[in-house]
Design a protein around this ligand. Structure first.
Ligand SMILES: Cc1cc2nc3c(=O)[nH]c(=O)nc-3n(C[C@H](O)[C@H](O)[C@H](O)COP(=O)(O)O)c2cc1C
Length: 285
């Protein structure tokens, strides 16, 4: 059957609709938290995604209330989101970690991952900061935003626990850091989950080999310049007006040209590149 001549039917909505009434596939985080005895535990969470991404960096986790993760992070305010690559044996253990009602000590008895102290100064393991998974390709270290949850009726009054987590540190393994800074020539083998189905099965998948497509060239757009310009140097910002002025630069030379502007701005002690500054540079040239 071709994909376009099957007809749509309405799927009745049930609790946990994303998996009981439809198909939603994504990766998941392994969340480490510490219990009252100082023991780090691991909980898998698919409903776990970037929340605020510009200016403020945060993450949202939707958990059943009363999970170890919810209880522990409620007490310590701290957790770490660990991301591991696909491995068939690990996936089987991760599924077991997801079986509710296990105490952290029970889970840690069959845990195949190495738990290590965070390398971040001030996040030494104890009764507050969790250990992190040594095998992870990346870890986000987070703090629960208790105040903003209390202020927001959707987060505060939901029947699920909505954990609004501010991202304190992003840790990448050296190899993945070098890959990212070098333009991202490859991608981690991220595991997928499709969740719970048919009352007896939990579905997982390995990702197919990723490939890169060039960004379509739909003509000069200041949004493209803005994204690239504000990515290059942590200390230098470009305004939107400045980027509108720079849309004439051919795509192939854009990064190099922006780096040139940043170098001159640094010499001039300028940290915010606005329209006036770009016009001044153009006039001098
Ligand atoms: C791959 C996977 C993804 C899961 N995603 C979620 C989720 O997003 N939210 C949730 O409440 N439970 C989810 N679960 C079930 C939890 O892992 C389960 O409630 C577990 O008890 C949580 O561990 P914890 O009590 O140590 O926090 C998931 C389970 C698996 C195996």
């Amino acid at each position: 059957m071709s994909r376009d001549n099957d007809s749509f039917v309405v799927s009745p909505m049930r609790d946990n609709w994303y998996q009981s009434s439809s198909y939603y596939a994504s990766s998941f985080a392994l969340i480490t938290t510490v219990n009252e005895d100082g023991l780090t535990s691991i909980g898998p969470y698919q409903l776990s995604f970037p929340f605020e991404v510009i200016g403020h960096y945060s993450w949202m986790v939707v958990s059943r209330p009363g999970s170890n993760t919810h209880t522990n992070v409620g007490r310590t305010k701290k957790c770490a989101l660990n991301f591991v690559e696909y491995d068939k044996d690990w996936v089987e253990t991760i599924l077991k970690f997801g079986y509710p009602g296990q105490e952290p000590a029970e889970k840690m008895a069959y845990n195949p991952f190495n738990l290590i102290a965070s390398p971040t100064p001030g996040r030494e393991s104890g009764t507050i900061f969790p250990q992190i998974i040594a095998e992870a390709y990346q870890v986000y270290e987070c703090t629960l935003d208790v105040d903003r949850i209390a202020e927001n009726p959707i987060l505060r009054d939901s029947t699920s626990a909505h954990l609004l987590l501010n991202i304190d540190t992003i840790l990448l393994k050296q190899r993945w850091f070098d890959n990212l800074e070098g333009g991202g020539e490859t991608m981690p083998a991220v595991p997928l989950t499709y969740g719970f189905r048919g009352a007896s099965k939990f579905w997982f998948g390995a990702r197919a080999e990723p490939y890169a497509l060039p960004i379509p060239d739909l003509g000069p757009r200041h949004e493209v310049v803005f994204y690239e310009a504000n990515r290059l140097d942590d200390d230098i910002r470009f305004t939107e007006d400045a980027c509108r002025q720079l849309t004439g630069i051919p795509r192939a030379f854009l990064t190099q040209a922006l780096q040139g502007i940043i170098a001159v701005a640094k010499k001039d002690g300028v940290t915010m590149i606005d329209l006036d500054y770009v016009q001044k540079l153009n006039a001098e040239r």
